[in-house]
Design a protein around this ligand. Structure first.
Ligand code: ZN
Ligand code: ZN
Length: 109
């Protein structure tokens, strides 16, 4: 069955640790709009760790692209939706305790 090329990464412990550490380093403040309304509210669920250079089948094996902090950006859900415009739901989301949430492959039902 064809799975999204990136779903293995987003479900990996390495990615979850990287994303959580990065989000905490940014104190859950959106890097684009500096939206602080969510910060300190205990609602990290409103943030997503985004890859500036979007993952593709070609770069998905490049650790620098996937796990390097230089390619990560912490975005609130509003900015993230704007970035992707069409809506990609495969990057790192958090629950309200700041724990990365498992990515569900919506492609198959
Ligand atoms: Zn924002
Ligand atoms: Zn994104």
């Amino acid at each position: 069955m064809a799975k999204a090329f990136s779903s293995g990464i987003y479900n990996s412990n390495r990615w979850r640790k990287t994303a959580k550490a990065y989000a905490e380093s940014q104190h859950y403040v959106c890097e684009r709009c500096q939206n602080r309304s969510f910060a300190g509210t205990g609602k990290p669920a409103h943030f997503i760790v985004h890859h500036k250079e979007h993952l593709t089948p070609e770069n998905v094996h490049d650790d620098y692209v996937v796990y390097g902090w230089d390619n990560l950006e912490l975005l609130c859900i509003y900015c993230h939706n704007a970035v992707h415009a069409g809506g990609i739901d495969r990057e790192c989301r958090f629950d309200d305790d700041g724990n990365p949430v498992a990515i569900i492959d919506h492609g198959k039902h």
